[in-house]
Design a protein around this ligand. Structure first.
Ligand code: 13P
Ligand code: SF4
Length: 352
């Protein structure tokens, strides 16, 4: 696609949120990315949090963590460029050891992925023998390798229910754990000190269903407060409020809807409301407005994900040009992590 055609499309979608000069510049870079993508026979996966100019131009597939994992599992392209953060690109590599997986930044961290190590998981397993361990996909491969099954924000409840046990360990997001626990009828414990090996709760011995959680938090979603919701509702009584389940349970309880990034996008598209507040990374609001110009999107843009914002169109172009940064996962770790990821993919939900 030529830069001029891309520019016209971007102008139609983003003319209200981006200055003219930037639209022109971004269209030029997007054209370079598309040319390099064809040359390398690559597929580009773009998370819903990508900056609007990237999100609306170069990805072959856009989506939440689960959708992009499925796309990664299905692709026959030799090169996968993951416009998202490191744990997402690692998941693509776990599923596709024979392909070149590129992350367009050297870092691409995540406060949740950094909140837990493989040694922490081994200590939990020793403390609570026999208790299944669920890990949120926002973890690194060595942590996934120590767990029994993965989940994302769109299938966490289904994954916990699938285990059919009285006790489950759910890592590492304390808030997601508490939100899932409410839906699955579990009592949550966040141990500050782990019990001695073998001394923790065992399946079937607790008076009620128990979820053992970890103290990880998303550095973006933990910033939203119930007071934010009260303040916005008092100014805009007709607003529909959507919160990602990485927000605190108090925030989720006050919101009108909670779901994965794609679930939130669909909820906005399907709602008859005219005004929305998104309690999640701010770029997603711009991306929704571009596709739904008749809807007004309020958001608290002082809360941004610095890791997702390392990925730009320019970085994506350079990633394809210089084949960087290549994601590798040691084979013994990959094989064990693959079990957790494949068990999750078998549960669903599927994508269209
Ligand atoms: P989703 O799977 O809902 O896209 O969430 C990923 C994420 O990191 C949200 O902060
Ligand atoms: Fe991680 Fe939070 Fe950024 Fe998502 S928004 S990638 S959970 S730090």
């Amino acid at each position: 696609m030529q830069a001029e055609a891309i520019y016209q499309d971007l102008r139609r979608k983003l003319g209200d949120v981006m200055p003219e000069a930037e639209l022109l510049l971004k269209a030029e870079v997007a054209a370079e990315v598309l040319a390099l993508k064809a040359e390398r026979d690559a597929v580009i996966l773009g998370h819903n949090y990508m900056e609007p100019a990237l999100f609306h131009t170069v990805p072959d597939f856009r989506g939440d963590s689960l959708e992009l994992s499925r796309r990664a599992a299905e692709t026959d392209k030799p090169v996968i460029v993951f416009c998202g953060v490191r744990f997402m690109a690692e998941t693509a590599k776990i599923l596709n050891p024979g392909k070149t997986v590129l992350l367009p930044t050297e870092r691409g961290g995540c406060s949740l992925a950094e909140s837990i190590t493989a040694a922490d998981v081994r200590a939990l397993r020793a403390a609570y023998p026999g208790v299944p361990i669920v890990t949120y996909i926002n973890t690194y491969a060595d942590v996934k390798a120590e767990c029994d099954i993965c989940c994302t924000s769109s299938n966490a409840v289904a994954v916990v229910e699938s285990l059919k046990t009285d006790t489950v360990i759910f890592l590492p997001d304390e808030y997601l754990a508490k939100n899932v626990a409410r839906e699955t009828g579990c009592h949550v414990i966040v141990p500050s000190v782990l019990p001695k090996p073998g001394a923790g709760a065992r399946p079937g011995t607790d008076v009620e269903r128990t979820m053992i959680a970890w103290k990880g938090r998303c550095e973006v979603h933990e910033l939203f407060t119930p007071e934010d919701i009260d303040s916005v509702r008092s100014q805009f009584p007709d607003v529909m409020i959507l919160a990602h389940p990485e927000c605190s349970p108090e925030v989720v309880a006050k919101a009108d809807y909670s779901g994965s990034t794609t679930a939130m996008i669909k909820a906005v598209e399907q709602s008859k409301a005219k005004r929305f507040l998104l309690l999640t990374e701010c770029s997603m609001g711009d991306n929704i407005v571009a596709a739904n110009p008749e809807k007004e999107m309020l958001r608290l843009c002082s809360h941004r994900c610095p890791h997702m914002h390392e990925i730009t169109l320019e970085q994506t172009r350079d990633s394809l040009k210089y084949l960087r940064w290549v994601i590798d996962v040691p084979e013994d770790v990959r094989i064990r992590a693959l079990r957790s990821v494949e068990r999750m993919l078998a549960i669903g939900p599927k994508i269209d």
